[in-house]
Write a protein of this length. Structure first.
Length: 513
């Protein structure tokens, strides 16, 4: 450990001094060109795509593929300030389960533009031939699509403002589409738009959304984007919790670096990317990225096993009193529940995944969730449920219902969300529900028990599931159990542990409610 009094500020001029305590870029950052502009420079982008570019730069490759970050939300002003102060440098710390830390300064982000400061400059840079990929990690909700129909929401006030004739664009859609228009008009090859968000068919979703936006603005431009721009699909995976003050202190104490916004993540890394680009790509085959023709089997595996299991864990875990993911995953009952969900309900809906041993993959997921060093929070997984459950879990439910498969554990996960969204835990303490539509989901949840299906009746979230007797009866059972005997016993009963012993207390509790 370094004495925190001797830490050095993360600045380009200090890299040589810092190299005594932490790995720094092995390449000269002067003369790099930003061939990629990225919307949504948060924790994940900096733990994933920016790392791959840094890996290539360290090998003397990809010097024309450095990254310029772009922020469009008011809250991105803080990232702008940090990125400008540190010249895009940051420390990435991989936290191993045995407590071992691997830290390294990443140099692949060479600029950051905050669109509200000068949106014209952002558009012009994006329109310039040097930029050949525009990538995104703007969250699942950032695509502005209806959870059930998948239609782009033109009524979103930010989108509507960007669509007004003569308006100055402010959203990722408006800026990107205007940059593409200028490229078309100037005869410059369009860049590739590469979504790296946790959405099934993320490339196709991005394709639909950008074309829908453009169509509302200029149908001819939309037709050009539709045919000329590549939108590759990809599966991305690396658990990256939000950075805490404890992480900043850890980076100072362990690596002697004063870094205002380091990134911490698990050691696991996966990126499976469709090899379809309009204007070239970095030589990612020289990195840990897998380039494939068909990403779908990998996406289904990841979203329906990992992300849906995160949802399977978080609400039950919160109700049971857990606040850290590794502590919840270390509870044998929760681990058993997640494996049962994956085996009975998630796995039957997957396609064969080339090169992957699914049994080993599922066991590894439980190990990854149980990594005590990562300190991922249950709260992070509980956020924005209305963007996550419809995209990760309900496709499993619908596929299982279509083939007569099991849905009781998925129904219980939906019920656990409904119980959580009531906003009071099993100890009577308030739950802070963080969702784009918090008021609506909480109002839906509050209908129980007078209206048993008030939560499920929201067709914008659940489609026609309310009409499916099998699903509704499993949901009802889980809701009754959750209210009657609490989250832990609900899991025990669902998993068939000593069911008879619980039958009486369940009936008793339900009877007295
Ligand atoms: N954190 C992870 O473990 C992880 C792993 C795999 C994939 N991802 C993907 O990355 C996304 C971001 O995760 P993160 O951990 O970096 O979160 P984060 O909160 O650190 O960063 C999110 C970024 O997205 C931007 N953003 C949000 N909504 C936007 C919008 N409507 N338009 C433009 N920008 C918008 C924010 O300004 C911010 O820069 C996730 O939603 C997910 O799709 C995350
Ligand atoms: O970040 P989100 O919104 O996609 O979802 C929360 C987590 O399930 C997710 O971040 C996982 O940690 C990640 O998908 C692991 O690769």
């Amino acid at each position: 450990m370094t004495d925190s009094r001797t830490t050095i500020a993360l600045r380009p001029q200090n890299l040589t001094a810092l190299s005594a305590t932490v790995t720094v870029p092995a390449y000269d950052r002067t003369g790099l060109t930003a061939g990629i502009m990225h919307f949504g420079v948060g924790g994940f982008h900096r733990a994933h795509q920016a790392l791959m570019i840094d890996d290539l730069l360290n090998q003397g490759l990809a010097r024309e593929w450095a990254i310029c970050g772009v922020g469009v939300l008011p809250t991105d002003a803080h990232m702008r300030d940090v990125m400008h102060a540190q010249d895009g440098l940051y420390t990435l710390v991989e936290k191993h389960a045995d407590g071992h830390l691997e830290g390294r300064v990443i140099g692949s982000i060479i600029d950051y533009m905050f669109a509200p400061d000068d949106v014209e400059a952002v558009i012009e840079r994006m329109a310039s031939p040097a930029v050949r990929i525009v990538s995104l990690t703007v969250t699942e909700g950032g695509y502005n699509i209806h959870p059930v129909t998948g239609a782009f929401d033109l009524a979103n006030p930010d989108v509507a403002a960007d669509l007004l004739p003569g308006s100055v664009p402010a959203t990722a859609f408006g800026i990107t589409v205007e940059a593409l228009r200028r490229r078309r008009d100037r005869g410059i090859t369009p860049f590739t738009v590469m979504s790296c968000d946790n959405l099934q068919n993320n490339g196709e979703v991005a394709h639909r959304t950008f074309v829908a936006f453009a169509n509302a603005k200029d149908p001819k431009l939309a037709a050009w984007i539709d045919t000329e721009v590549a939108f590759p699909n990809c599966m991305v995976d690396r658990i990256t919790p939000g950075t805490t003050d404890a992480d900043r202190a850890l980076v100072a104490d362990t690596f002697g670096v004063t870094d205002e916004w380091p990134v911490v993540c698990e050691p696991f890394f996966q990126w499976v990317l469709q090899d379809t680009f309009t204007d070239g790509r970095p030589p990612l085959e020289e990195s840990r990225t897998q380039l494939v023709a068909d990403v779908e089997p990998y996406e289904l595996m990841k979203l329906r096993l990992l992300n849906a299991s995160h949802q399977g864990l978080c609400y039950f875990a919160h109700l049971m009193g857990y606040r850290l993911v590794h502590e919840a995953a270390g509870d044998p009952l929760i681990a058993e529940f997640l494996l049962a969900y994956m085996n009975r309900e998630g796995t039957p809906t997957l396609k064969p995944v080339p090169g992957i041993d699914l049994e080993a993959y599922k066991a590894e997921l439980i190990e990854r969730f149980s990594n005590p060093s990562v300190r991922d929070t249950v709260a992070r997984l509980c956020n924005e449920s209305s963007d996550r459950i419809p995209k990760w879990l309900l496709p499993v439910v619908n596929d299982q219902l279509a083939t007569g498969g099991h849905v009781e554990l998925s129904a219980a996960i939906v019920a656990s969300w409904a119980r959580y969204a009531e906003g009071v835990d099993e100890q009577g303490e308030p739950i802070e529900v963080c969702d784009r539509i918090t008021e609506r989901v909480m109002a839906n949840a509050a209908g129980y028990p007078a209206d048993k299906h008030s939560f499920l009746r929201d067709r914008d979230l659940f489609g026609s599931l309310i009409d499916n007797e099998i699903f509704v009866s499993e949901y009802d059972r889980a809701m009754d159990l959750l209210h009657g005997v609490g989250a832990r016993r609900t899991l025990e009963i669902l998993l068939g542990h000593d069911t008879d012993a619980y039958a009486a207390p369940v009936a008793e509790n339900l009877g007295t409610r």
